[in-house]
Design a protein around this ligand. Sequence first.
Ligand SMILES: [Zn+2]
Length: 485
Amino acid sequence: MSKSIYITTAIDYANGTPHIGHAIEKVQADVLARFYKMQDRDVYFVTGTDEHGQKIFEKAESQNRNVKEMVDEYAGIFQKMDEVLNVKFDDFIRTTDQKKHWPSVQKMWEKLVEAGDLKLDKYEGLYCVGCEEYKQEKDLVDGKCPLHDKSPEKVEEENYFFNIGKYTDEIIKRIENNEFVIIPETRRNEVINILKEKQEFVSFSRPKEKLSWGIPVPNNPEHVMYVWCDALTNYISALDYANEGEKYKKYWKNGEITQFIGKDIARFHTLIWPAMLLAAGVKLPDRIFIHGFISMNGKKLSKTTGNIIDPFELVEKFGTDPVRYYLLKEIPAFGDGDYSEERFREVYQSDLANGIGNLFSRVTNMVDQYLDGAVDMSDYHSRKSGNLEMNKYTENLQYDKALDILMHKVSNVNKLIDDEKPWQLAKSEDRGDREKLEKVLIEAVNDLYSIAKALTPFLPTTGKTIIDHLAQDKITKAEPLFPRL
Ligand SMILES: [Zn+2]
């Protein structure tokens, strides 16, 4: 029996609307989930929102809003984004969920205490409210936080500190042994370098008056958990870690785990998260995939300069599958990528309209015209999938490479048709030509069918439309899949 599969994305901070960076990660994770589901693997795919923290609390206050009501709204918007992108998660975990999330977080905290790795200690330092983070002199530029252009406050307070230094050697070892796989290789090397800096302790709590919107520390109501133990534990709270329930056993303990994250949070997921798991005696995920960033017209995305891409607008304008295609094919899986409307239109035209779309129209049109819509389907399922290489790329999360192979196949079939010229064969009275015509079109339908199957995890609607159309008793000329923009 193959192992069950567990797939997660990072949970998004519920204090604003999603941008394209949120979208790409969900789509990438969705492809892997759909890919395995198509192979009848037992898959569980979880995404969600991170809804605690002082920034969220203050934003709600500044707008005179109830904070829970505000995070409900943003969580709803993130779910709506998944819906318009056709991202089919199995569960959506929210950190304000006191029934599902909190008990697991409190259990994790207690495990860290039991391990002797959480200690209450005095801390004196510089604190940037914008970052919600302690700063060191080396992080500052002219005494200011470079992200917020503000001098951090001097604070002296009690925090719980997690002894992360105890686990860094073990984490490095597991990364180097490929027990804990970091993809891609370039990020893996960056991660190892960060781990080798040997940070000793990480602050895991704040006094209640500093952080009022969060999960209380067990047995010390004066303290509230800082983001780490709260947010990172979502990956197992969604599986009922608190009670070590069925899902936890199936998908975490005995599952194959892939976690999708962005490069900005790589450190937390390759240092703090595995250290927590080791301390709590919980197994590590099998793989962490770190995607890159998207720029627009060669410039960094930024709310302040207005250089932003709204996933809702993009889908509204171009449709779900074309947006998915661009994110998966044009943004390098293992690096950073760029969006421009010009490039989007080019790719839409060449790969979708003139590629897959054209192949679908012409094949169905010719089968309708020359074979009266009837194709001998007996050969369909007997064929070995010709996409083994593509599957390998997909499993390794190199979606751009996988789609390269698929597009290559599309042009090969288009070329077969151009070379064999069924329209000429159809005019011929010769019996050999009739047989050849039939053979060419059966071949083309077969290829189109296997292309559609391989395409389905990436472009679910397009794949299904083609498959359903070819499954009809009488194949008719199809409507264009990708009309001119
Ligand atoms: Zn800051």
